[in-house]
Write a protein that binds this ligand. Sequence first.
Ligand code: HEM
Length: 490
Amino acid sequence: RPILSLLHTKKPIPPGPSHIPIITSIQWLRKSFFDLEPILRTLHAKYGPIVTLRMGSRPSIFISDRSLAHHALVKNGTLFSDRPKPLPTDKILNSDQHNINSASYDDTWRTLRRNLTSKIFHHSSVKSFSVTRNWVLQTLLTQLKSHSQSKSDNSIKVIDHFQYALFCLLVFMCFGERVNDQKVKEIDRVERNLILSLNSFNILNFWPSITRVLFRQRWEELLRLRKDQEDVLVPLIKARKHAKEEGKLLTHGDDGSVVVCYVDTLLELELPLEKRKLKEEEIVTLCSEFLNAGSETTSTTLHWIMANLVKCPHVQERVVEDIKRVVGERKDKEVKEEELQRMPYLKAVILEGLRLHPPGHFVLPHSVTEDVVLNGYLVPKNATVNFMVAEMGREPKVWQDPLAFKPERFLSDEGFDITGTKEIKMMPFGAGRRICPGYNLALLHLEYFVANLVWNFEWKLPEGGHVDLSEKQELTWVMKNALQVHISPR
Ligand code: HEM
């Protein structure tokens, strides 16, 4: 039984492979999480559910057991909800912890997180964007149709279309306007460039005073990427500010109410600790977090789910039946958002997708607010703590036939609690106080797009094609070989 006690006299830190100062720290630091995952699996088999790697300047503790995760994140959430102190490169990218995911567990974090959940993820606000979701859906359907018709075998690679659709949606929610195609691509480019190079900047943190000399060009590259991001996002923020001041805000098409977007809420916000409004560069950081956290995670999951629906036509047929039962003989080809609530099988498909293919195989690094003992080991304040999300979703003791795509496992009368409040069986959104604040929005986006994609087209493999479920890590854990499908109107 995990016992968490603060009387931790002389407890050891969790076990792990032997460590040669500096050398092993740098070796681990050079590995991506994709490389680390199989190594950690072996280490957990050898040392148990909680292990330590000496990465960089801090011990990194990894937890694979769902009950220990529950014990730490939910039952002792106040202790385990901090984030590691920022490294020098983080300070540049996160405006010194002025975004939600990197902020310490303090009043700044509470203010930023509450702003997002109460102003943008509130039920009425989410509903106010339904016109936008429909616009993005119609654009996606048109694009898929025209691209598939332009190919001789009608086959199409769908991932770029999914990414673009989700990105447009998040850009609208962020800036409150339909940004033109070229601008959307520009924002996507600067964000992608930054995130894809993050790993290569890790080494700069190891001994900043030395790396500033040794890797001067790498430091300059980091500053250049950040400047590119500001150059693209600041004009959008400024334009919004002016439109607000001049009372020229866009209204929602249906009822004429003014669109309240994420930037509007950030322009109004006051930081309680510092007693001031947000600086422009902090707004850039928060917008960037919003766009990245909300689009790539969802488009990756959508890609995995559609791949499984192509691989398992009987599951796709059951989704169609679920929709038919609710929509009936209505002629238009749109599944409306209000109707999704009455589609239990569709919901089960989404959960099964998140279980088997969580877009993040780990959560973001946590840290403890004070030294604590977990399962007999010391978790020191300077350690980072992380959880094996994908391993938990594929644990054979919890999930029968874990690698099979079987949505039926989620069809119970009592429903499934994705937040893991009572117990954790999987945690694609994390759990406890740092749980993803966007999980309801993400579920809505997934349900809405999967339902409408399946309702509009039959998804099949082209002649001689096959669905390859191998993974690789990019921004998220993506399909190594992108889905190539044949779609035909239903
Ligand atoms: C399928 C879609 C998504 C998945 C699987 C996902 C997953 C996650 C995970 C695993 C975390 C880290 C939790 C932790 O550190 O313990 C997280 C944090 C976060 N997510 Fe998501 N997310 C998704 C969509 C979204 C969306 C749509 C938004 C907003 C537009 C969003 C915003 C955030 C933010 C701001 C955080 C930081 C929370 C904090 O540190 O307090 N996510 N998400």
